[in-house]
Design a protein around this ligand. Structure first.
Ligand SMILES: Nc1ncnc2c1ncn2[C@@H]1O[C@H](COP(=O)(O)OP(=O)(O)O)[C@@H](O)[C@H]1O
Ligand SMILES: O=P(O)(O)OC[C@H](O)CO
Length: 508
């Protein structure tokens, strides 16, 4: 993969994602020099429960770093900084004396804390959490997962109160290990990751004592909250020993940064396992009244934080995986496009993949998936089409909510992620949004964003203008759909969504 035309120095980015960990080496023009990637096991102990083995993840991270550096044919001396980005909300507690996780990490998709969230809502009130943290009370976020671990791992609460236990999302776990682990590892997180815990006050950017006490989480377990672009420490060991670790951003915020959405109103949507659309809203947090999250977009060193509105969709690429792995209707993810293109339309079928309830803009844990509009006419090809349309309609719903909350009409959407290689999906998206959809040359915007933030922290790039200059359009799709047809189909989609709700009863 090494590009013969690139010369150092370089920035390395580590993306610890939901399905894999990867390391990418970038040059000064933001071009990819080398990549290495490794998947880790998805552990499903019960329906709705999703776990990761954090020790396996750390081993994989070390391997991909060493391999990416080797593939680039460089040494630590050529690398000016390491940037970290990560799956957000996934929660780990570990023993600071041994470095051993006390339990598998609870993954963001895990719904085991639904009942706990309901109880917290009754006792403390939904609004309290939203006001201070920008988030609705939901099993998606880290705080309730920490509480679950403290309540369910024997003896853990006492150990945590004694100060022997550290909490972190995957950024903290990777940085702590990378900077030495039990031998002086730094225990930090950045504002973007902290903004997904439900424990950080969005206005002060500090842990919120009242929320900690209502969640019964001891402050002793918490990492220090730092900006997204500054030197936290340096790597100890491995191919990048001695290199400063200089950024951390949750993966969706990193993609916002990598897509250079630095101006208010600029938005990106990342199409992977799930889909996450973020809009830069500037230096003041915008409250959402339409089911979006208020979150931190990024904070560069001492500068003011930049906020974002986010629409999170739990199931998009994973629906394609489900069609492949559970249904056996396609052999590869890419085949969904061929199958969908073999018919003209969805044949009247609408697929709402509320597999783990509905996230934005509904936040309904009681919803479960439906395929609506079935008749004898519908074939697997129509279902394939409905699968792709589900991603596009869900984005449309988020985009509508963003316009209502921010007052900004979407003029174009920057996209990235694995699903953007699907042309039919991208065209459908443009049709349903009635706006252009653009994809940049470097589709690895998550790693790129982490690299950019790390590069800014060490002066590798002077400012965000220099980063903007690197953004280049690779593809664009423009709307071709008749407005009446779009409105009619949108109505059918919304009817199908209604049918998912209330499937789970209170006691389930
Ligand atoms: N051609 C395609 N059409 C539709 N979905 C695709 C296609 N290629 C990959 N995907 C989906 O994209 C996801 C992988 O994208 P990626 O950005 O690597 O995800 P993540 O970062 O969440 O692991 C998978 O869920 C896969 O099913
Ligand atoms: O690892 P990804 O790309 O599936 O992203 C996961 C999100 O950060 C969850 O909030």
């Amino acid at each position: 993969m090494t590009d013969a035309h690139t010369t150092g120095p370089f920035i390395a980015a580590i993306d610890q994602g939901t399905t894999s960990s990867r390391c990418i080496v970038f040059d000064k023009d933001g071009r990819i020099v080398s990549v290495d990637q490794k998947e880790h096991e998805q552990i499903f102990p019960k329906p709705g429960w999703v776990e990761h083995d954090a020790a396996e993840i750390w081993t994989n991270v070390q391997e991909v770093v060493d391999a990416a550096v080797a593939k680039a044919g460089i040494t630590a001396a050529d690398v000016k900084a390491i940037g970290i980005t990560n799956q957000r909300e996934t929660t780990l507690l570990w023993d600071k004396n041994t470095g051993e996780p006390v339990h598998n990490a609870l993954v963001w998709q895990d719904t085991r804390t639904d009942a706990l969230c309901k109880e917290l809502g009754r006792n403390v009130g939904q609004d309290r959490f939203r006001r201070e943290t920008g988030l609705p009370l939901a099993s998606y976020f880290a705080g309730p997962k920490v509480r679950w671990l403290l309540d369910n791992v024997e003896g853990l609460r006492e150990r945590a109160e004694r100060g022997d236990i550290l909490f972190g999302t995957m950024d903290s776990w990777v940085i702590w290990n990378l900077t030495g682990g039990t031998d002086g590892g730094v225990h930090v997180t950045d504002v973007t990751n902290a903004s997904r815990t439900m424990l950080m006050n969005l206005h002060t950017m500090e842990w919120d004592d009242k929320i900690l006490s209502s969640m019964e989480i001891p402050a002793a377990v918490l990492p220090e909250i730092r900006s997204s672009a500054e030197v936290y420490g340096s790597a100890k060991g491995g191919a990048l020993a001695g290199v400063p670790v200089a950024s951390a951003l949750g993966d969706q915020q990193a993609a916002l940064f990598g897509q250079t959405c630095f101006a208010e109103g600029e938005a990106k949507s990342t199409y992977g396992t799930g889909t996450f659309m973020l809009m830069n809203t500037g230096e003041t947090p915008v409250n959402s009244y339409n089911g979006l999250l208020t979150t931190v977009g990024y904070r560069i060193g001492e500068q003011k934080a930049v906020y974002a509105l986010e629409g999170s969709i739990a199931v998009t690429g994973s629906l394609v995986q489900w069609m492949r792995d559970q249904m056996g209707l396609i052999n590869s993810a890419a085949e969904i496009e061929t199958l969908a293109l073999s018919v003209e339309d969805n044949g009247g079928a609408y697929f709402v993949p509320a597999f783990s309830g509905l996230f934005a803009p509904y936040w309904r844990p009681d919803a479960r998936g439906v395929i609506a509009g079935l008749t004898r006419y519908v074939t697997k090809a129509h279902i394939a089409r409905a699968v792709l349309e589900a991603t596009a309609w869900q984005t449309r719903e988020i985009s509508d909510a963003m316009t209502k909350d921010s007052g900004v009409e979407l003029t174009a959407l920057k996209v990235d992620g694995g699903m953007t290689s699907n042309n039919l999906l991208m065209q459908t998206l443009s049709d349903f949004l009635d706006a252009p959809v653009v994809r940049p040359m470097v589709a690895e915007t998550t790693c790129l964003g982490a690299a950019y933030a790390a590069g800014l922290a060490v002066g590798f790039w002077p400012d965000t203008d220099a980063l903007r200059a690197n953004w280049r359009r690779a593809a664009e799709w423009t709307p071709r759909m008749d407005a009446t047809q779009r409105d009619r189909e949108y109505k059918s989609w919304l009817k199908a969504v209604e049918r998912t709700m209330g499937w789970l009863e209170d006691e389930e």
